[in-house]
Design a protein around this ligand. Structure first.
Ligand code: ATP
Length: 842
């Protein structure tokens, strides 16, 4: 089969020359491998044919990246079994598979196991699946003396803007940098009025600087830049406030506090793992356990994460030269460490001439397969991920003839693919013409910002007729594409309801899947509420992901109950605990004030007290059992007990366990209820606590016969037979960065975004750092480009019907959905309606 769209074929060069080809072909295992191979399309076969060296796979949505990677992983494991059985019996090395989210990791693990068990009749071992942070933690905690990561001593924190540590860093910085601080207070202009001064000080201390600190620290740290590096960079900028210098100062304060308090953050985990790998013997130990690294969603990795994978995937010398880098002198003396083999491990240190980039790292002898799609990069504006690094890996691989591009996809019906391709082309042409215009008008800032187009110019193609995917490019439901222009959001709901009722009644076998994709959780919540009665009436199973998975409620609920256990006489605590029980539907809705006003009478009514009603009795009995548990159980079991009392489902229980573990680590040696409450209150008041996804979480979103309401971000990697995309309005897609009025005295930009754009320019080896105007333009452009990619990701989730709408009237903000006003539609939508006029439904 020839595939004109497959630009480069990957040479297959078996690592193990001792195994004869004839033996291989004859073995049942090799037949099983062939069977798997034959069930894949051409591009995927290139993945399973990998037998060593670097390989980049860049594929369009729905091309089968994840499916291909699972098959390739299983086959690589099988080959490794063969190798270790026949030639080196004592060498047991494993495959490391890395992906972006825990739920994707669980999914791919299940798929690999299935291939190993059902197709290859092998034990389900020989591999591990990690998220990048999980992998780093694993390495770092195995070598605590090198990583400095002693988990029983250190506390892991996620410093968001409201975190106490960030606030303290800001206060310390202000104390030590009064003149820079007062320069900020002056802003663009200032008449010295006292109330205004106080207002500005409050905005700077509570909003501007915490925002700058949390953004910049994460961006710089995850790229291997130290506070000193930032200080050096700041000398290349000339803005009035010295934004990068402030950022460096805040970062420095933060690092000092972190060290003093024995805290670490997620970036420290990656840095700690890199410190381990900086040691030649530890590196050899780690590398010797691994025969290859496979990475999915590679466009979402940050520079240091990429570096970690590259080092881990590096083979010992002498197994064939797969080097990618062109630097001289990297071959040879292994004893001298990674640096001598052309790898400069980035640790926090000075950067030469102010910039440092992972791209300049030499890569040698790496067994690394990275799979991704730059057009689906949707995390780069709120994490330090940057698709540029994956693009560069692709380019380097291409130069070595080791890039596979898969541009055929079987997921969607042809009209959905046409619409997605059109959207991509339209957005790119919009930006190239804007860029041209800006250049003509000599608007340097704007032309610089839009010079790179939002999308890589790549169309999705239908699969070939003999494709192995059953029902590839399936038949459309109805016309396959429907473009609606409802009057307002209520009319939108009417249209969606009509359509889903039709779709569900036509689906007698209850097998089709459907989803409504929203840009914001608030839209999802509103839709969930209005659709619930309709779905109930028609027996449609509605699954509102944000409602089901708002596990951030877990710490709050546990805190409320623990507070009550600690001080049951407090009417406030009792009421809060009862409110949680009502919300969880453990007890009936009733007048909680009446119960809570006299706690003793409610909990332990005397013989003369009036009889309690049944609901009150039940509530009192649950409260008493909690108090008994407080007395009888060890403190560290209390959280699990509360989880069970509150009827938590599987994922919530896992989240509660994770919370308990986290608290136990933090208060190790001081296990008392008081300490536990102190730590928990801190988590609840200032920190994001990430819930746990359970193994089947992705399957829960795509259950047959179910209508799922889910955000576009969360929909990544999934697909449904029909996909509704309502509320396509310009204020959200693409949206725009804006400066809140209270901060405008500093100028029409935000300090955090300017600093971030400047750091990125340095990391990308731009010839000079952008000034404030240019940096702000770049930040705005990056946000818009990413929003368009998000729209593209959402559109490509649909298999058989893509339903899109932009109501004429919609809320200005979804926190007030009743406040309707005329809303401009997302610019792609009218372009689609022009191009696909026959799909517009009146
Ligand atoms: N060889 C194959 N045989 C059968 N089905 C396949 C095959 N390859 C892919 N599929 C199916 O095609 C769909 C898309 O595959 P997959 O999710 O692996 O693509 P992807 O490239 O990772 O997509 P995206 O990047 O858009 O999330 C899935 O429903 C998958 O089951």
């Amino acid at each position: 089969m020839s595939d004109a769209n497959f630009t480069d074929t990957v040479p297959t060069e078996p690592l193990d020359t001792e195994l004869s080809a004839r033996e291989n072909l004859a073995s049942p295992r090799e037949q099983a491998i062939n069977n798997i191979r034959n069930s894949l399309r051409h591009g995927q076969q290139q993945m399973v044919d990998w037998q060593g060296g670097p390989l980049a796979v860049s594929a369009v949505p729905g091309a089968g990246k994840s499916t291909g990677m699972a098959a390739a992983a299983a086959i690589a494991i099988a080959r490794q079994y063969q190798r270790s059985n026949s030639s080196r019996p004592n060498v047991r090395r494993q495959l490391v598979v890395v992906t972006f989210t825990r739920s994707a990791a669980a999914n791919i693990k299940a798929k690999i196991r299935k291939y190993l068990r059902d197709d290859l009749s092998l034990p389900q071992t020989g591999f591990v699946v990690h998220t990048l942070h999980g992998l780093a933690l694993n390495i770092a905690s195995r070598h605590p003396n090198l990583s400095g990561l002693e988990l029983d001593r250190l506390t892991l924190i996620t410093p968001n803007q409201g975190h106490r540590l960030i606030r303290t860093s800001v206060e310390h910085w202000i104390t030590n940098n009064q003149s820079q601080y007062y320069r900020l207070v002056e802003g663009m202009q200032f008449d010295g009025e006292e109330t205004e001064r106080l207002r500005r000080q409050s905005v700077i201390r509570t909003e501007v600087l915490p925002d700058l600190a949390s953004t910049v620290i994460h961006e710089a740290k995850s790229s291997g830049l130290s506070p000193e590096d930032l200080q050096i960079l700041s000398r290349q900028t000339q803005d009035e406030y010295g934004i990068l210098s402030i950022a460096s100062g805040l970062y420095d304060q933060y690092e000092t506090l972190m060290r003093d308090r024995e805290f670490i953050d997620y970036d420290d985990m990656i840095l700690a793992a890199l410190r381990v790998l900086d040691n030649p013997s530890a590196r050899r130990i780690e590398q010797n356990q691994v025969f290859a690294v496979f990475e999915d969603e590679a466009q979402d990795s940050s520079p240091l994460q990429t570096q970690l994978l590259q080092i881990l995937a590096t083979e010992g010398l002498g197994t064939g030269d797969w080097r990618l880098g062109t630097g001289s002198g990297e071959q040879g003396d292994e004893e001298q460490g990674a640096g001598s083999r052309g790898q400069t491990i980035i640790t926090q240190s000075q950067i030469p001439n102010g910039t440092r980039s992972v791209r300049s790292e030499r890569q040698s002898l790496i067994n690394l397969v990275r799979v991704g799609d730059p057009n689906q990069a949707i995390n780069s504006t709120f994490t330090p991920a940057d698709p540029i690094y994956f693009r560069e890996f692709c380019q380097e691989c291409q130069a070595k003839n080791r890039l596979a591009t898969m541009d055929r996809a079987g997921r969607s019906t042809s009209i959905v693919i046409e619409a997605a391709n059109f959207a991509l082309q339209w957005v790119n042409s919009l930006y190239s013409s804007q860029n041209k215009k800006a250049k003509q008008q000599r608007l340097q800032a704007e032309s610089l910002a839009t010079a790179k187009l939002p999308f890589r110019d790549q169309n999705i193609h239908l699969v070939e007729p003999e494709d192995p995917q059953p029902n590839a490019n399936p038949q459309a439901i109805g016309q396959g594409l429907e473009l609606h222009k409802p009057r307002d959001i209520h009319h939108t709901v009417e249209l969606i309801s009509q359509r889903i009722i039709e779709l569900f009644s036509e689906d007698e076998s209850d097998t089709i899947t459907g989803a409504i994709l929203v840009r914001e959780n608030r839209q999802g919540r509103w839709l969930g509420e209005v659709l619930k009665p309709i779905c109930k009436e028609h027996g449609i199973n509605l699954y509102d992901v944000s409602e089901q998975e708002r596990h951030s409620h877990v710490p709050e609920e546990i805190l409320a109950i623990l507070n009550f256990c600690d001080r049951p006489h407090s009417p406030d605590y009792l009421k809060a605990a009862l409110a949680v029980m009502v919300q969880r539907r453990i007890i009936e809705t009733q007048d909680l004030n009446a119960l809570a006003s006299l706690p003793e009478d409610f909990l332990y009514p005397g013989p003369l007290a009036p009889p309690q009603t049944e609901p009150v009795q039940k509530a009192a009995q649950i409260c008493r059992s909690l108090l008994r548990a407080r007395l009888e159980l060890p403190v560290y079991h209390l959280i699990s007990f509360i989880g069970l009392t509150l009827n938590y489902e599987q994922a919530e229980l896992a989240t509660a366990d994770k919370l308990a573990e986290r608290i136990a680590i933090q208060i190790a040696g001081n296990l008392s209820l008081g300490e536990m409450l102190r730590v928990l209150s801190e988590i609840v008041s200032s920190e994001r606590f990430e819930p746990v996804d359970t193994e089947d979480s992705e399957a829960r979103y795509t259950r047959p016969g179910q209508l799922t309401i889910i955000t576009m971000h969360k929909a990544k990697g999934l697909d449904w037979d029909y996909v509704f995309m309502p509320f396509l309005h310009e204020n959200l897609i693409p949206g725009r960065f804006w400066v809140p009025p209270q901060r405008q005295f500093l100028g029409s930009f935000t300090l955090s975004e300017v600093a971030r754009a400047q750091i990125r320019a340095a990391l990308h080896d731009e010839p000079r750092l952008p000034n404030v105007t240019e940096a702000w333009e770049q930040a705005k452009y990056l946000k818009i480009a990413e929003e368009y990619r998000l729209l593209y990701v959402a559109m490509t989730r649909a298999k058989r019907l893509l339903w899109m709408s932009a109501a004429k009237e919609a809320p200005f903000t979804w926190s007030k959905p009743d406040n309707l006003q005329k809303q401009a539609v997302c610019p792609v939508f009218p372009a689609l309606t022009r191009e696909f006029g026959e799909y517009v439904v009146d």
